[in-house]
Design a protein around this ligand. Structure first.
Ligand code: NDP
Length: 247
């Protein structure tokens, strides 16, 4: 499937590393103007920008924390001033802080919920205000099957991801009449920094659970995001597309 996003502007949070970078690059290749955001890893952001020098006129980086409402308000003010319009928001930024519940610190609970779930709320709230005025839009949240199945040691992460899906389903009903769709892409194990810190034996165990017997690639996740963000996907709304190799 060849996607065409010329004349469209896309915001990808956490768009400078891992899955977000793959999504941003796929949109660039499909002709979009891309605003890729990140929180603190400036060297990864610079490396991403350098690797995409070919697209320098269509690639824009912004640094802020999605969990901070004031940061998000300032970001959207900047977007309104510097870009006429945007059509697509990908809520991709996310973290994990794994621990069993009995040992989980309040800080680790809060950090995960505030980044993954509250960040999605902040970004989506400001985005729909803009998209509703223009009567068109696509929002895609990057969630996880762990939100549905649960996982020992990841209750904070699972709750945040289930919350993002419930949030998307509700928001999709609020904005559908304005030609805005809200969906989720739920990737399984994808080879990024996100799982790089897992011990090798644990990675092997995870691999054993994947029916297609390999981890997924960021390009495979990006393809699903572009599919849902396509203008022709107008009747796909409030749903979750799993990219898991059949977990
Ligand atoms: P990475 O750790 O590779 O990248 C995370 C990105 O999110 C980085 O760009 C990071 O910015 C950004 N980020 C983190 N916290 C904030 C914040 N508070 N404000 C703004 N940006 C922030 O993760 P992945 O690419 O692997 O994961 C991306 C998404 O996919 C996450 O939502 C994750 O839950 C989900 N996912 C990942 C899976 C996997 O196997 N990899 C599986 C299922 C879901 P910076 O670079 O500055 O740190």
């Amino acid at each position: 499937m060849n996607f065409d996003f010329k004349e469209q502007t896309v915001i990808v949070t956490g768009g400078t590393r891992g899955i977000g970078r793959g999504v941003a690059e796929a949109f660039l290749a499909a002709g979009a103007q891309v605003i890729a955001t990140y929180r603190s890893d400036t060297s990864a952001a610079q490396a991403f920008q350098k690797a995409n020098e070919n697209y320098q006129d269509r690639l824009h980086l912004r640094q802020f924390d999605v969990s901070k409402h004031d940061d998000v308000v300032a970001f959207f003010k900047d977007v309104e001033e510097n870009f006429k319009q945007f059509e697509i928001l990908v809520n991709n930024s996310g973290i994990r802080r794994d621990s069993v519940v009995g040992m989980m610190s309040v800080e680790d609970w809060d950090a995960v919920i505030h980044t993954n779930l509250t960040g999605t709320y902040h970004m989506s709230k400001l985005a729909v205000q803009h998209l509703m005025r223009h009567r068109y839009g696509r929002i895609v949240n990057i969630t996880s099957p762990i939100g549905r199945y649960g996982f020992a040691g990841q209750a904070n992460y699972a709750a945040s991801k289930a919350g993002q899906e419930a949030f998307a389903r509700s928001l999709s009903k609020e904005v559908a009449s304005r030609k805005i769709t809200v969906n989720c892409v739920s990737p399984g194990f994808i080879d990024t920094d996100f799982i790089a810190d897992l011990p090798e034996d644990q990675k092997k165990k995870y691999l054993g659970q994947v029916p297609v017997k390999r981890f997924g690639t960021v390009a495979e996740v990006a393809r699903a995001v572009l599919f849902l963000a396509d203008r022709d996907s107008a009747y796909i709304n409030g749903t979750v597309l799993e990219i898991t190799g059949g977990l």
